[in-house]
Design a protein around this ligand. Sequence first.
Ligand SMILES: Cc1ncc(COP(=O)(O)O)c(C=O)c1O
Length: 485
Amino acid sequence: VKRWTDDEIRRVGYLVVDLIAKHLTDLDHEPAFTPVPRDAAERALAAPAPVASESADAILREFSDTIEPYPFGNGHPRFWGWVNSPPAVMGIFADALASAMNPSCAGGNHAAIYVERQVVAWLRAMLGFPDDAMGLLVSGGSMATLTALAVARHVKSGVDVRKQGLLDAPAPFAFYMTAHGHTCARKSIELLGFGSDAIRTIATGDDYRMDVDDLNRMIDEDVASGVRPIAVIATLGTTNTGAVDDLDAIADVCERHEVWLHVDAAYGGPAVLLDEYADARLGLARADSAALDPHKWMFVPVEAGFVVVRDGEAMRSAFSLVPPYIRSAGSPTGVYGLPWFSEYGFQQTRGFRALKVWMTLKHAGLDGVRDAVADNIALARYLVDRVRSAADLEFVASGLSVVCFRYRPSTASGRPELVEGRGDDALNKRILERLQVGGEAFLTSTELDGRFVLRACIVNYRSTRADVDFMLDTVRRLGAESPSA
Ligand SMILES: Cc1ncc(COP(=O)(O)O)c(C=O)c1O
């Protein structure tokens, strides 16, 4: 690995900046998604490890030719698949600067630690958590949930789980979530050794929110039969429909039963910046822990997740492997600085994720994030209105910036059997597949009440009404052209 001169760094660096600028500006005129051609994919998979050194210019050329043309799609104004946003440009630059400094954010008395401390304080306050709550940047909502539920296990299992594990635990355990809770909660519960049989699936209402009476009843039943409840996983913005659980009412139930409340705000968290979601913010502020993904609705480049735990000391004792008698209380002037982040989570060497969150937030301001979130919600509502007013579209569900709908041939098509029921699952699947590979726009799907639905999740500061119109025109055209319509 060679040492670069200042001139070389600048020359190649400017080429990289040109590539970034070209990529970001060309996106608007390209398909939302282009699958990697088969021969290109095969070539990539078969490429041998580079034994000899190649020039930076050749490497950048290969990037331009074979990698840049086939992005995931989420930079595009009409990409509304899963929960993926375009990157904020300051965040892109921050990634490069963070790599240039290349610190480990395990801990220590260096600037990156104070950047992460700031970011933790900002996000903690945004979610309504108190100053003595502790937070960490992690890879994403999945890692945030795993981290939070590990603390819940430490606090609520009633056994010294770090020493003894769960094998000899006196009682079976239970977790509570709805079928719309994200799979990362189930994966976490499995990974933490409880097994997915410990999950109670709480009913949801017509609005896909957790039925709080059902939750209360399930916990009562478990307690009465000697089961030990560990945690409720509520959601502020479900992936399927953007539903926001009644967090305040759920917090009441958790308080009454002394059950840990974890709120998955990975997607919907930034909505608490809006007055309209003040109630959600109040409920969220009562949680024991929460997950928020700056790489979703705050436009920080992937990966950037955030976990916050109200009882910071419990978080530390769930993870720290520094014996308590030598734990540093923090010395701002020494080498070790504040208590190390690595004592509050699983990772030891940790990247400088904080810089991209810090720069993105400073550049947009919380006001800028709030306005983008408000715009996306307004755009989703525009989509709902357009779907509702079209005879050949069926509105199914919407919350925050998610809209679920179906193409439904109008009765005028002479195919009334396709109007109701499950008959048009296949048609909608075909439309989606064609739309995705055609690249006019990118939606994904979900299943609601046994029905296949098209789903748009607008976490995209580049999207406009014209983009929504174009997507809908394409869906309707594809539907009308489809052989079964
Ligand atoms: C509501 C919700 N929670 C958790 C996650 C998992 O987050 P990540 O993919 O960042 O690990 C997602 C991902 O889409 C999500 O939508």
